[in-house]
Design a protein. Structure first.
Length: 244
C-alpha cells in the first residue's frame, strides 16, 4: 500500500512509526509525507498553482532531502490513499478550509483518479498551554477538540472523503484514560507514546487489522507497557466507533 500525505509536522508525527508497525504484522505500507512545517491548506493550494518544489519529501517516517512539487509527488506512483489536513491552529474553523480544500481535492482526483481520499483529523493542544488559551482562546482542550472534530467531519462530508482518520479523538481518549502527556511541546505529538498511538490508529484505519497483538515497540522516547496497552485500547475503541 502506498500512501501520500499532503500535510505538515502533524502528518510527520503520524507517519513516524507507521511503516514499522505494519512491518511487524507482515504488511507492507510505504508512507510518504509532503513536509512544510506549519503548512495550512491555503499554502498547499498556492503550491498547487505554482508547481513550486516547495516540499521536502519524507519516506517511512524519515526525511529524504529531496525537494518536490505537489504535482511531481502525485504523479510519482499509483497512490492507494492520499491524506489532507488543515493547519492545527486553523483546524477548529471550517471557514479556513475553503475554497482551498475543494480546489486541492479536485486537483488530486484529476491527477490520481484511482486513489482514495482520507481526511486526517489533527488534535487539540495541551490543557493550559499558551497556544490553547492565549492563541485560540479556549478554556479547555475538550472545546478545541469538539470544534476540530466537527470541522473535519464537515470537510470530509463536503468532499466525499473515503475515510476520516481521527487522531484528535484518540489523543482525547488517552487523556481521559489517565495518560498524562500526549504532546512533546504542548502541540506536537510526544516522540514516544503520542506518535506510537497515531501510527497504530493509521494502521488500523488503513488495513482494518487489530492492533492488540502488534509487537512493534522501538520508540524514540520511553513508554511503559501499561501506557502502550492504553494506547492500543484507545485506538481499538475509537476505530469501533467508526465501524473499523
Amino acid at each position: 500500500m502506498d500512501i501520500l500525505s499532503i500535510g505538515n509536522s502533524f502528518s510527520k508525527d503520524a507517519q513516524r512509526y507507521l511503516h514499522q508497525i505494519a512491518k511487524a504484522d507482515g504488511v507492507e505500507i510505504r508512507c510518504f509525507n509532503l513536509y512544510i512545517g506549519g503548512c495550512p491548506l491555503s499554502r498547499h493550494y498556492r503550491n498547487m498553482l505554482s508547481e513550486e518544489r516547495a516540499y521536502t519529501l519524507e519516506m517511512n517516517g524519515t526525511g529524504t532531502g529531496f525537494p518536490v512539487s505537489l504535482k511531481e509527488a502525485l504523479l510519482n506512483r499509483n497512490w492507494d490513499l492520499i491524506t489532507v489536513q488543515q493547519l492545527s491552529s486553523q483546524a477548529p474553523d471550517y471557514d479556513t478550509y475553503q475554497p482551498y480544500l475543494d480546489g486541492l481535492v479536485e486537483y488530486v482526483r484529476r491527477l490520481v483518479p484511482k486513489a482514495r481520499i482520507a481526511v486526517h483529523q489533527t488534535w487539540a493542544y495541551e490543557q493550559g498551554s499558551r497556544r490553547l488559551t492565549e492563541e485560540l482562546h479556549y478554556g479547555d482542550y475538550k472545546e478545541m477538540l469538539r470544534d476540530l472534530v466537527s470541522a473535519y467531519q464537515r470537510a470530509a462530508e463536503h468532499i466525499g472523503a473515503d475515510l476520516v482518520i481521527p487522531s484528535g479523538e484518540v489523543f482525547g481518549s488517552m487523556l481521559e484514560k489517565g495518560i498524562e502527556k500526549v504532546h512533546r511541546d504542548t502541540f506536537h505529538a510526544d516522540l514516544g507514546l503520542g506518535r506510537y498511538a497515531l501510527g497504530l490508529l493509521w494502521y488500523r484505519f488503513l488495513t482494518g487489522n487489530d492492533v492488540a497483538e502488534n509487537t512493534f515497540a522501538e520508540l524514540d522516547a520511553e513508554a511503559s507497557p501499561e501506557e502502550i496497552a492504553i494506547a492500543k485500547k484507545c485506538v481499538t475503541e475509537v476505530a469501533r466507533g467508526y465501524n473499523i
